[in-house]
Ligand binder design. Structure first.
Ligand code: G3P
Ligand code: MG
Length: 246
């Protein structure tokens, strides 16, 4: 069974550094997180990058759809200025750059495949083919998750031996069947939509559950008391007492 942490830095450490940047991954590490979660999309020239939204508007100084920008255009954008002066000049990282940093920091990573509309299979296929070519063989692999079932099916094909996290926001009636079909190792749920009973139902499938996004210690303690294995957080340092098992 996959070894899971209690704390996963969400989009790096999104409260402390611009999300989905190398600075964010470093901030998570500096705060003691051993795992980070990032969102992966493709540029127009099919290069996997870290970005949450379909548009670059919110998290860079540019505008327009990610899917219409080549990597060279994306690399011109400032992905730190919107967050704070200390991060001016921060770039949108490629997946390759992020994996290299995570490896050098001795961290583990959850790659959330976050396809732009119509690009689910392409995004999972290209991103995971690249990730497999870069991630050292024999090292504990990334955990691959997505809200998009077609992306998960492609992940299962391209990276058959990498663990899959089945991501849920609003639960579908056939969630258990879908999780079985992609042989999901974990179930990732929205902490705000769940309770002790629903977590029990997920756990009854034999899978550990991870919950997003939990930013306070009391809230984290509550979901962990429901037998959630770990939480995604924008602020690892706030949940530091849990890293030591407290
Ligand atoms: O992967 C957990 C969480 O990141 C899912 O939601 O919107 O923050 O990517 P979102
Ligand atoms: Mg995410």
């Amino acid at each position: 069974m996959i070894e899971l942490p209690r704390i996963i830095g969400h989009r790096g450490a999104a409260k402390h550094a611009p999300e989905n940047t190398l600075a964010g991954i470093k901030a998570a590490a500096a705060q003691g997180a051993t795992w980070v979660e990032v969102d992966v999309k493709l540029t127009s020239d099919r290069i996997p990058i870290l970005m949450h939204d379909d548009l670059v508007d919110r998290t860079t100084n540019g505008n327009g759809p990610v899917a219409e920008k080549a990597l060279a255009d994306v690399k011109q954008l400032d992905a730190g200025r919107w967050f704070g002066a200390a991060f001016i000049g921060e770039q949108v990282p490629t997946l390759a750059e992020a994996l290299d940093l995570v490896w050098r920091l001795g961290m583990r990573i959850n790659l959330e495949i976050k396809p732009c509309p119509g690009r689910a299979e392409e995004t999972a296929g290209v991103a995971l083919t690249l990730a497999r070519s870069l991630w050292p063989e024999g090292a504990p692999p990334p955990l691959v998750s997505s809200f998009d079932f077609a992306a998960l099916e492609m992940a299962r094909t391209v990276a058959p031996d990498w663990p899959i996290g089945y991501l849920i926001d609003r639960r579908r009636p056939d969630w258990a069947e879908q999780a079985d079909r992609v042989r999901a190792a974990t179930i990732h749920v929205n902490a705000r939509r769940e309770d002790e009973a629903s977590i029990k139902a997920y756990r009854a499938t034999g899978r550990p559950v991870l919950a997003y996004t939990v930013n306070s210690l009391p809230a984290a303690r509550e979901v962990l008391s429901w037998s959630v294995a770990g939480v995604f957080t924008d602020t690892p340092q706030t949940l530091a007492p849990l890293m030591a098992g407290g």
